[in-house]
Design a protein around this ligand. Structure first.
Ligand code: HC3
Length: 414
């Protein structure tokens, strides 16, 4: 028996036509015309915040001097992010909506202030065809820094299947020598949508993802869902081992990424993990609130400001207005691309730059986890890295009222 209950709005004809359109869709998620009740007013640029909603767990590896334990803390942090990343929009599990498709240059900026200090988030849409979002999250004072980018490649076979393209890189200063840093290369899991037929979509993760470190440890996370006869939804098992020695398990973790999980030392013996080190239960660890500037103080390209009219239309269910407001943005963006082309230039990304040299992290670690050394740049418009100098420059740029009006008009048609 499925745990999913049918969504009454979704039993109608619009949902049936949506299901039919999915069966023939071309893999471009942005081209899916979803019925109004399944449209979200949150843009994909906001999803980058899911990486650090427990800032102290994010910063914890910086306080551990043993490299294997540090790698375990990185694995623990990664596991705690999964619920936020893949299930938080769907608290009742069965309400996953279609996010707004970001425009090139769209920004989502915020910070968390809590016992871990200040953790700063920068998310930017760095490519439009194919769409790719890049992010940088840094915790002060620990200087733990996450950067990465992602795109999605979708296909249809029984349901919507999504392969994530891109990766994340976490750098953690070594507490024994803060001049030195460990680097962790993180792959992104594939996923599929369940519950579509009941009009109650939710995400299930597939196969495996990895984290490999410059200190010689690799974690493999295996995902599984509820089968016909056994298993629980959103399940995983994970092992941490010296890179290349998968059988020499130092730590293992298991549980449900939406619920609780346990961390044990050593390998699993006779199907049962021994030596419990720690348990994680998200209900005991509330997420920190992300602080985002009030809309009127935001840059015109910041997501919630740029999409404010569309979001208002979605919440009122006024789809004509939503359509008109989306078209304004799309037309302005098209005109901008034409202008750039005629002037022989490209849109200048505000915080990120496409690498022009081989990337040292990928060169040394990508082969451990099945990634390519070029970071799949051909599928994401570039191998995107945070550009601290650009970010510094931007900090000192204050826009005048006239500049704000002009930008909103030229880039968003508003
Ligand atoms: C597939 C997805 C868009 C992409 C979302 C990603 C992969 C984005 C990067 C984040 O770090 C992790 C993440 C979480 C959820 C992913 C979304 C789930 C559903 C959405 C589709 C475009 C919507 C499909 C339509 C419908 C009606 C079935 O929900």
């Amino acid at each position: 028996m499925s745990e999913v209950t049918p969504n009454s709005q979704a039993t109608g004809s619009s949902w049936t036509s949506f299901l039919k359109s999915i069966a023939s869709f071309n893999g471009d998620l942005s081209s899916l015309t979803a019925p109004p009740f399944i449209l979200s007013s949150t843009s994909l640029t906001e999803f980058s915040s899911y990486w650090a909603e427990h800032p102290s767990v994010f910063a914890a590896p910086a306080h551990e001097s043993d490299p294997a334990k540090r790698a375990l803390l990185v694995l623990k942090w990664f596991l705690t992010t999964l619920k936020q990343q893949y299930a938080s929009r769907s608290e009742q599990y069965g309400n996953e909506k279609k996010p707004l498709n970001p425009f090139l240059g769209e920004l989502f900026l915020g910070k968390w202030e809590d016992s871990a200090g200040t953790t700063e988030l920068i998310s930017e849409q760095v490519n439009h065809h194919p769409p790719a979002t890049a992010y940088s999250i840094i915790n002060h004072p620990s200087k733990v820094h996450l950067q990465g980018y992602n795109a999605q490649k979708a296909s249809f076979s029984k349901t919507i299947n999504i392969k994530q393209i891109g990766h994340a890189v976490l750098t953690v200063p070594d507490p024994a020598d803060p001049g030195e840093k460990d680097t962790f290369l993180i792959t992104l899991p594939s996923l599929h949508v369940e519950g579509l037929i009941f009009g109650a979509p939710f995400i299930e993760l597939d196969s495996a993802s990895y984290i490999t470190s410059s200190t010689g440890y690799t974690a493999k996370i295996d995902y599984s869902g509820k089968g016909w006869l056994s298993g629980k939804k959103n399940s995983f098992t994970a092992t941490l081992y010296p890179t290349g020695k998968e059988k020499e398990v130092i730590y293992n973790c298991s549980g449900q990424w939406t619920k609780a999980f346990e961390i044990h030392s050593g390998p699993v013996k006779n199907n049962s993990p021994k030596n419990l080190l720690e348990s994680w239960d998200p209900t005991n660890s509330p997420i920190a609130e992300l602080i985002v500037a009030p809309i009127e103080k935001q840059h015109p390209l910041e997501s919630r400001r740029a999409w404010a009219n569309v979001a208002a239309g979605i919440s009122k269910g006024d789809m004509d207005y939503v359509g008109k407001e989306k078209t304004k943005i799309e037309n302005a963006q098209r005109a901008m691309r034409k202008k750039e082309q005629s002037e022989g230039r490209e849109w200048e990304r505000r915080y990120f730059a496409a690498a022009t040299e081989p990337d040292a992290t990928l060169e040394s670690l990508a082969s451990n986890v099945g990634l390519t050394a070029n970071g799949d740049a051909d599928k994401t418009g570039g191998l995107w890295r945070f550009d601290a100098a650009k970010a510094e420059k931007v900090k000192s740029q204050e826009l005048s009222e006239d500049e704000i009006t002009q930008l909103a008009h030229e880039l968003l048609g508003q």
